[in-house]
Design a protein around this ligand. Structure first.
Ligand code: SAH
Ligand code: SF4
Length: 350
């Protein structure tokens, strides 16, 4: 397959055009066509001479993702798209349209190597990393779709307002490509999507968290904790054997101190497993004094895991123990469950 155009940075496109004896401003026209107009076929680049359009089409691949299925939740707020990649692998992206936000959840890998027992993506195993362009293309797909009437449920907000890197895959296992994608979307001459509007969620790969902190990125960080002691966390997240709870929390504490940014801890509440007052109390003790916030969400059921989501009552109790002990906690709603678009249900069925 020829190179995917979304895999190229502006300097990459500029040097490619140089080899074709084309001036640098042509590269910028291409860049703006891609990231300002969301064009995705060479024929649309009407600002370019026809011969250059043809050459672009021969040299580069414009079609990164082929949408194969689109599902909408009954309330119309959640849309999930299943995409096929050039090699036949499948990934998913989910758009959540709520009030004045269009939050897009994107994937960084086909499958995932981390094997968290309650996660549908983990249950399917690792297929491959996505290229930076395949990550970028998911955002461009929805940026384009939101401009069409069938997608713009709310005509006031016809753009993507937030991107959460919480779809299939572990973004810190595909660090370079994920960051390259964010940098490309961030470019002020292109899509100009602010770093602070991204949130990356990691299972807790400590060296990558330390690297992320050292790079002082403005991107928000979420860490999937789910348990406050090693025995329980290892039983749910095998990666805990390599990066145990206290080591992980130390890296998070250092991140918050170095960047002044708040860490979000994710906690999927499993009935009778990690939703007990004992776990909440242990957690509160470990998070004490850290600039952080706990996002608790009742577990979404998956085929490969017997655990059930917590009841509303137990979730509220869990939250109250945390807040009484000085740790802010919110209980999130489960969205898009009827289309298997809730967290962890993004396993492709193709
Ligand atoms: N690999 C990253 C990001 C993708 S998973 C990570 O693990 O953080 C996004 C979030 O969904 C994580 O917090 C993950 O723990 C959570 N999750 C996975 N399966 C879930 C399920 N069945 N119910 C609720 N949350 C789940
Ligand atoms: Fe991978 Fe995240 Fe699922 Fe764990 S929860 S298997 S890290 S996608």
């Amino acid at each position: 397959m020829s190179t995917l155009i979304y895999d190229l940075s502006l300097p990459d496109i500029t040097s490619l055009l140089q080899t074709w004896n084309e001036p640098a401003y042509r590269a910028k026209q291409i860049w703006q066509g891609l990231y300002r107009n969301f064009w995705n076929a060479p024929g649309q680049f009407t600002s370019l001479p026809a011969a250059l359009r043809a050459k672009l089409g021969e040299a580069l691949q414009f079609n990164a993702l082929t949408p194969t299925t689109t599902l909408q939740s009954a309330d119309g707020e959640t849309v999930k798209t299943l995409f096929q990649l050039h090699d036949g692998r499948a990934i998913e992206a989910v758009l959540m349209r709520y009030e004045k936000r269009n939050t897009l959840c994107i994937s960084t890998q086909a499958g995932c190597a981390m094997g968290c027992v309650f996660c549908a993506t983990g249950q399917m195993g690792f297929k491959r990393h996505l290229s930076s362009g395949e990550i970028v293309a998911q955002v461009m797909y929805y940026a384009r779709a939101l401009q069409t009437s069938e997608f713009s449920k709310n005509s006031e907000v016809s753009n993507v307002t937030n991107v959460v890197v919480m779809g299939m895959g572990e973004p810190f296992h595909n660090y370079e490509n994920t960051m390259a994608a964010i940098d490309r979307l961030n470019d002020p001459d292109g899509y100009n999507f602010g770093a602070r509007r991204f949130t990356i969620s990691t299972v807790g790969l400590v060296p990558a968290i330390r690297r992320f902190a050292a790079e002082k990125r403005q991107v928000n960080l979420a860490v999937s904790l789910h348990a406050a002691d090693d025995a329980l966390r290892t039983s749910m997240l095998p990666v805990n054997k390599s990066y145990p709870v206290d080591e992980l929390l130390q890296a998070c504490r250092d991140y918050a101190a170095a960047t002044g940014r708040r860490v979000t801890f994710e906690w999927a509440l499993v009935d009778g497993v990690n939703d007990t007052p004992e776990q909440a109390l242990l957690l509160a003790g470990k998070l004490k004094g850290m600039l952080c916030h706990v996002n608790a969400i009742p577990l979404n059921p998956t085929e490969g895991y017997a655990g059930k989501g917590t009841t509303r009552e137990r979730a509220v109790k869990f939250r109250d123990v945390l807040t009484r002990n000085g740790v802010p906690c919110t209980i999130r709603l489960r969205r898009g469950m009827d289309i298997q678009a809730g967290c962890g249900q993004l396993a492709s069925r193709v």
